[in-house]
Design a protein around this ligand. Structure first.
Ligand SMILES: Nc1ncnc2c1ncn2[C@@H]1O[C@H](COP(=O)(O)OP(=O)(O)OP(=O)(O)O)[C@@H](O)[C@H]1O
Length: 231
């Protein structure tokens, strides 16, 4: 199996604080990988480094064989952990705007997802609840025909049933169009069924990684592995 992303000896410091510490890890192509770890483990920093938003002090990142670069970002859908959208847009305007500016944005698919996720097209972004706005941001990523999708905390603030619905949409989206998807989340119990592969980080270092089925056979659920590693 080939790797979509190769991270080699990556170091990122913020002042004297270490966010990524000689990190060496790969992410398989065409699979959903769960990027898991406690607060401050370096997950968001890694996503930002992959899209070139954060410049590591040393080390190497290859995304589909290329170094991070703005041109490569046309192939990447990224959901930041604190995503914001134009408050004055309605959902319909947001999706239409996304269609005009985001490479590979599939407007019919976005409208279908909005319907599935029970978003009203005429609602203004400023009036949305936290969970409704989170759904809009997920749609802006999932409706893109790109090779790589990075979702940083996509389920944060979203109620249980909506989380299940979003997980279902991610599964359907993978069936329609296989992509490499990386998801960082603390909602491991609900999300673990999604993962083909998992990567556990702590203090900017790789703690454990592997195929989810094999890890489950050897060690139990991903949630119990997490508890064992970080308790
Ligand atoms: N802009 C910044 N300036 C200073 N320190 C930062 C900055 N961004 C992140 N850090 C530090 O880098 C470390 C890794 O943070 P990061 O946000 O990557 O972790 P995380 O695994 O995404 O955490 P969480 O699960 O809480 O979102 C933390 O110690 C954090 O305080």
């Amino acid at each position: 199996m080939s790797n979509a992303i190769e991270i080699k000896y990556l170091n990122k410091f913020y002042g004297s604080k270490v966010a990524l510490d000689d990190l060496y890890v790969t992410f398989p192509e065409g699979q959903i990988t769960g990027l898991l770890g406690p607060n401050g483990a370096g997950k968001s920093t890694l996503f930002k480094a992959i899209i070139g938003l954060v410049k590591p002090q040393c080390g190497n990142i290859l995304v589909f064989g290329q170094h991070p670069h703005w041109k490569l970002n046309a192939e990447i859908a990224y959901l930041p952990d604190r995503a914001k959208w134009y408050k004055a847009h309605t959902i319909k305007q947001a999706l239409t705007y996304a269609f005009n500016v985001l490479p590979g944005f599939d407007l019919p698919r976005a409208l279908e997802l909005a319907d599935q996720m029970q978003l009203e097209l005429d609602d203004q972004v400023s009036t949305l609840s936290k969970g409704q706005e989170a759904r809009l941001h997920i749609i802006l990523c999932l409706a893109r025909k790109v090779k790589l999708v990075l979702l940083d905390e996509p389920f944060s603030g979203i109620d249980l049933l909506s989380r299940e619905q979003i997980i279902q949409s991610i599964i359907e989206s993978m069936l329609d169009q296989p992509q490499t998807i990386l998801i960082s989340t603390h909602e491991i119990h609900e999300a673990e069924g999604l993962f083909d592969h998992v990567v556990f980080l702590n203090r900017g270092q790789l703690v454990l990684e592997g195929n989810t089925d094999i890890l489950r056979q050897e060690k139990g659920s991903i949630e119990s592995i997490y508890r064992g590693l970080f308790r």
